[in-house]
Design a protein. Structure first.
Lengths: 195, 195
DNA sequence: TGTACATCAGTGAACGCGCGTTCACTGATGTAC
DNA sequence: TGTACATCAGTGAACGCGCGTTCACTGATGTAC
């Protein structure tokens, strides 16, 4: 093998990282192959030795984004005590920090309304990411004693996603902060109503 | 004046109606001037005697979409009795019918995640539509005796928007229906907790 | 009532541009001897 | 240790295409006389 055996993989990882940035900045439909390759320090021609098409890049990047979001939100917040774990998830997810750094955030509120127009593989990858997150929450809710834990998880997630998406659309920062706070309180109220 | 004095206005209205359809079908960034004009039975060249630019068309279309949504959701649901009016709004907004007909629905869940990438005039028009809807809900909530009626309205709206946006992303229809139902129940629970 | 004219909504060819994708190539790298 | 070679990650010119926008024009309409 010429070069390091890891060389090409590293380049691919660099392209994926830049694609994730570009998708967050421009949306999944407005990224350009040449732009991403240039940001990765490459020329556009080499792209097709890494990915079969632009759509495959989008799917792979979405996988990466969901993986990172899962690590950031679920693995780090859903610890032993289910009530405190869920409260922590709510605090981290429905926060000004999450609103202000979509590049490091959950892809769901960023991409939810783009989804109906995306390709089938992209939709499937999105659905899998959503389901995984829901299941994690449902498991904790069940430990809290919730009946219909999965339904509750889905609607709580809908509320969290709506709050983050809307907080990004509200131009007045103080009003946006307040909305997030009120949403956090309402969500925790739903948690406490279980036990 | 040649032609009817209303002739050009009618053509303009036809273009706007087709633009609204196209925005719902393709997203505000993927519509094409030529495509919309063709659907309106015209050639693309004439476009610029109606609108200064494509972006102006998007702004004007958004105005129309918000106006129609306001008529559909607020004027028809927020009647005399505040509790029943709000319940009715929830039932109509967080419904499978609304999920399945985005063309006749509220532009907020459809466009919320596109917004960060849109032009300033588009953002302003969106913000105005959002505020108008929030204010209407807040007025009713205040009549119910809510303190912080405006905060409550914003978070309830976030929950409603999140539920509709997510219901469109969930591929399993039965699961999507159930999620909407659970969201409606949760929202009504918040209403009943006021009094 | 009929004709000549001015208006202007709409036409369609043309433009420059950025895009996704292809492909013949180059040159740095690791390997064989 | 040094040289010749094979590999293949990355290059950059080229392609066809659809887009937003411009502009000289056409021809149906309403008006003036």
């Amino acid at each position: 093998m010429s070069y390091h055996s890891e060389h090409k993989q590293q380049t691919r990882a660099r392209i994926l990282a830049e694609a994730a940035n570009a998708i967050h900045a421009l949306g999944p439909e407005h990224i350009s192959v040449a732009g991403i390759m240039a940001r990765a320090g490459l020329t556009h021609g080499g792209f097709y030795s890494h990915f079969a098409s632009k759509d495959e890049l989008v799917v792979q990047t979405l996988s990466l984004m969901f993986e990172q979001a899962y690590e950031r939100f679920v693995n780090r917040t859903l610890h032993a005590d289910p009530l405190r774990g869920l409260e922590h998830l709510i605090d981290v997810y429905v926060s000004p920090a999450h609103r202000d750094t979509p590049q490091r955030g959950c892809p769901i509120p960023s991409l939810a309304s783009d989804l109906p127009r995306m390709s089938e593989p992209v939709k499937q990858r999105f659905g899998a990411g959503l389901e995984r997150l829901t299941k994690s929450m449902a498991r904790r809710l069940q430990q809290l004693g919730a009946t219909n834990a999965e339904d509750l998880a889905t609607t709580m997630l809908a509320q969290m996603i709506g709050a983050v998406a809307l907080s990004r659309a509200v131009t007045d920062r103080a009003a946006s902060d307040l909305m997030l706070q009120t949403s956090r309180d309402a969500l925790k109220g739903r948690l406490h109503a279980i036990g």
